[in-house]
Ligand binder design. Structure first.
Ligand code: SF4
Ligand code: SF4
Length: 342
């Protein structure tokens, strides 16, 4: 398995990293079997988050008995205070059955102004001093905040949505990361499940050796496909570029990339998530998107005052107010189906 140096962390990680959102859909035993198969095939970098249901616990279970130094664990805190972050960290350590996390990431903060004074960042620094985490990263969907994060020097890695649908500016930002020695991790590399298979996505990202893609894996067949792609290393061709253009056309002008340029919304709507909420429901664990917090976020769509600021800011000029209403209706339909046990 090819390895990549993850920026200034100096960690040498497998170029196939396993994203652990989808294992929420598997039983503990099936998830453990998938994780162990990946590990045996040379995958040593596993990414999860405190908010990904039982994903951390499944990783902890799968790696029971494996020498800790042989795996690189990344997880995330979606916290809003020092205390909350430290609580989440303790829980993550317990679930992962470890006494340290290699890469601890601040999960998509909405604001990075003066982040050094933010309790969450301070908690991460404390945890680092205490040896509970080794490196600090920050995830973001917003190009402006991603740039702010990497230029600040306060973060060792940046997980960012990168895929065949990324803009030139987004790819250029990853080269700036390389220059600053910030590790770049590609998330949403399958465009939120919009690509039919991994071939295009893999060859596209494989052109950039400084980017480590995370592949969200649920099934053994998906893992085997990426292992086979890694072995073949099919170059990215003009024919592939044409295929990508077809995908773009199929997705039309209504596909939200989750970049966050449209923010802030005066009604407090989390557009990058809400514009795609029905896709998330379809891809995630049954019911995991139907928690109280999500229901409140979806209900907030009703507060849209149609100011159209988001439409103006969106580089793709998505008709967000209309798309949001459609997403809300689809979310509610899926929830009704879930509640009815369909
Ligand atoms: S149009 Fe609606 S969703 Fe868009 S910024 Fe205004 S209030 Fe928010
Ligand atoms: S609506 Fe546009 S700007 Fe907002 S997240 Fe989606 S693609 Fe990005």
């Amino acid at each position: 398995m090819e390895k990549t140096r993850l920026g200034r962390t100096g960690l040498m990680v497998s170029r196939i990293a396993m994203g652990c959102i989808p294992i929420q859909r598997r039983t503990m035993a099936d998830a453990a079997a998938l994780i162990r198969r990946a590990f045996e095939a040379g995958v040593d970098f596993f990414d999860t988050a405190h908010v990904y249901g039982d994903s951390e616990a499944k990783l902890g279970s799968a790696f029971a008995g494996v020498p800790r130094g042989r795996i690189i664990l990344a997880t995330k805190a979606m916290a809003d205070s020092r205390e909350n972050c430290l609580e989440q960290l303790e829980e993550s350590l317990r679930r992962l059955r470890t006494d340290y996390i290699d890469l601890y990431q601040w999960h998509n903060p909405a604001n990075l102004d003066n982040f050094q004074e933010n309790g969450v960042y301070q908690a991460m620094q404390e945890a680092k001093k205490a040896g509970k985490i080794r490196f600090i990263g920050v995830t973001n969907h917003h190009l402006g905040r991603a740039r702010q994060a990497i230029e600040s020097g306060g973060f060792d890695t940046l997980p960012f949505p990168l895929s065949v649908l990324s803009s030139r500016e987004e790819i250029d930002m990853t080269f700036r990361c390389r220059d600053l020695d910030v590790g770049v991790i590609a998330m949403k590399a399958m465009c939120g499940g919009m690509l039919p298979d991994g071939r295009l996505a893999f060859s596209f990202l494989n052109q950039y050796p400084h980017i480590v893609p995370i592949w969200g894996l649920e099934k053994t067949e998906e893992l085997e496909q990426f292992l086979s792609l890694a072995e073949k290393r099919e170059p990215f061709t003009s024919a592939m570029q044409e295929e990508i253009e077809k995908v773009r056309q199929e997705l039309g002008d209504e596909f939200c990339r989750g970049c966050g340029y449209c923010l802030p919304c005066q009604a407090g709507i989390d557009l990058p998530i809400m514009m795609r909420i029905s896709y998330f429901v379809k891809r995630n664990v049954e019911g995991s998107q139907f928690n109280e917090a999500r229901l409140k976020q979806v209900a907030r769509i009703g507060d849209c005052v149609n100011c159209r600021d988001c439409v103006q800011r969106c580089p793709y000029h998505l008709e967000a107010p209309r798309i949001l209403r459609r997403q809300r209706d689809e979310f509610n339909r899926l929830r009704q189906e879930f509640l009815a046990g369909i």
